[in-house]
Design a protein around this ligand. Structure first.
Ligand code: SAM
Length: 218
């Protein structure tokens, strides 16, 4: 299908996008290379495909969005991924962020709340030949059955840091989560130093769609 063809023009646009993201402060060359490698236009509906290399979030159906490339790069950089890390992504959405984690060698578990979006993305990733573990459900509760995780990444805006996510992190593990109100969230990086000690670092503000579910917005 036409949408899954990658051309020199697309590669050129990705190179320009990587330059923009680099200028905004992303330093991790592996993350920048993954953004360059992965055709973002594959993850777009055909009506919006001409916008795929703008550094912006776009609708993907069900009232949800594919995150801005800078945001994907920022969150991924904060995770400090090592190949083989077992990573839980909360908010599969289009599957773009999960595929970036997969390219970086992570063992990806990704959970999506919206049933229709989960089905659509599962079929799409299958067609793309990208294989990681997809689940449908409330990621604000984590994914107990497959825990503990080295890293947890939340790609929707949360009102609080869910305790279940801290519990499901390994010692030494990292949780990256945007927390705030419905319109603006601070990006947090929480490192679990021991069973009882968590170190919190705070970064810039972002605007995500809301995290729903038990520890999300009602
Ligand atoms: N990571 C996605 C991508 O690469 O396209 C973008 C994610 S979008 C900004 C946020 C996603 O989180 C939406 O698809 C939304 O349905 C999902 N979401 C919201 N609350 C959730 C929850 N409790 N559990 C799992 N997914 C949730």
């Amino acid at each position: 299908m036409l949408r899954l063809q990658d051309s020199y023009l697309h590669k050129g646009k990705r190179k320009a996008l990587v330059k923009i993201i680099r200028e905004k402060g992303i330093k991790d060359e592996r993350v920048l290379d993954a953004i360059y490698q992965l055709p973002r236009h594959f993850f777009f509906d055909s009506a919006l495909v001409s916008h795929a290399y703008e550094d912006k979030a776009f609708p993907i159906g069900e009232g949800q969005t594919i995150s801005q490339p800078f945001t994907v790069a920022f969150q991924t950089e904060l995770l400090e991924l090592k190949p083989g890390d077992k990573v839980l992504e909360i908010g599969t959405g289009s599957g773009y962020q999960g595929t970036i984690l997969h390219i970086l060698g992570a063992d990806v578990y990704s959970i999506e709340y919206q049933k229709k979006l989960y089905e659509k993305t599962r079929k799409f990733l299958d067609r793309l030949g990208v294989k990681f573990n997809l689940f449908q459900g409330d990621g604000s509760k984590g994914l107990l059955k497959h825990s503990p995780f080295d890293k947890i990444l939340v790609t929707a805006g949360a009102p609080i840091v869910p305790n279940d996510l801290i519990r499901q992190l390994k010692i030494g593990g990292v949780l990256v989560i945007p927390v705030g109100d419905r319109s603006s969230q601070k990006m947090l990086k929480l490192t679990k130093k021991s069973r009882t000690q968590v170190v919190k670092e705070e970064f810039d503000s972002f605007a995500f769609v809301p995290l729903l579910g038990k520890d999300g917005w009602k």
